[in-house]
Design a binder for this molecule. Structure first.
Ligand code: PGA
Length: 248
């Protein structure tokens, strides 16, 4: 039985002091020992939020990292810095990173391998545009993204990783995918993992849905057989996130 995994993606919101206030506000609402609960916060908020959630059930994630340990990469954040600061997870390949910052499948694969090397669990994002869905090439596109992401990743590491299916047309639009649409793609991702590795790996890996998840839509989405939780943007900044975590 896979443990549910609910991560909030705060994106570029909250200053360090605001982040501490939000974390304190959310902590009592997101208590849940049966699930993994993660706040993926802006880089500058990591240190104060790690301190704010200490002793609670919440873990902290980053939203991005670079694929080198250290060096002349002005403005970048190393996995060693994340690890030392107390981070456990890192979102890799969010569609906003791909779209606005030109991150390619190859670059994301390097980041994924580097994250594993330093004991960080990547939350690997994939998803299609509305045009791709309308053209009927969603599954093919997702297969390409998944295959590229897992290049040279061993089965043991793949097992421990988290994949987030986030249709781009559903992100921040209020237009949530139906649970059937989300299940179809999450089930397909599991099938791809089975083809790349084996059934045991496909059984263990956690696959999330993301895109306008709210406390109202979470119960139906998370009840689908291949949806193991959510990556939540807008609603993760509000008390609603408590309703998502405790959706049952
Ligand atoms: P949203 O964002 O919940 O605001 O749609 C999800 C995401 O981008 O991870």
């Amino acid at each position: 039985m896979r443990r549910k995994f609910i991560a909030g993606n705060w994106k570029m919101n909250k200053t360090p002091s605001e982040a501490v206030t939000l974390a304190a506000e959310l902590l009592p609402l997101v208590k849940n020992d049966e699930e993994d609960v993660v706040f993926c916060v802006p880089a500058i908020d990591i240190v104060p939020v790690v301190a704010a959630v200490k002793g609670s059930n919440v873990k902290v994630g980053a939203q991005n990292m670079y694929f080198e340990d250290k060096g002349a990469y002005t403005g970048e954040i190393s996995p060693l810095m994340l690890k030392d600061a107390g981070v456990d997870y890192v979102i890799i390949g969010h569609s906003e990173r791909r779209q606005y910052f030109g991150e390619s499948d190859e670059m994301l694969n390097k980041k994924i391998l580097k994250a594993f090397e330093h004991g960080l669990t990547p939350i690997i994002c994939c998803g299609e545009t509305l045009e791709q869905r309308e053209e009927g090439i969603t599954l093919e596109w997702i297969k390409g993204q998944i295959t590229a992401a897992f290049q040279n990743v061993s089965a043991d590491l793949a097992k421990a990783s988290v994949v987030a299916y986030e249709p781009i047309w559903a992100i921040g639009t209020g237009k949530v995918a139906t649970s059937e649409q989300a299940q179809e793609v999450c089930g397909y991702i599991r099938k791809c993992i089975c083809e790349l590795y084996d059934e045991a790996t496909a059984d263990e890996i956690r696959i999330l849905y993301g895109g306008s998840v709210t406390a109202a839509s979470a119960p139906e989405l998370f009840a689908m057989p291949d949806i193991d939780g959510g990556l939540v943007g807008g609603a993760s900044l509000k008390p609603d996130f408590g309703g998502i975590v405790n959706y049952k």
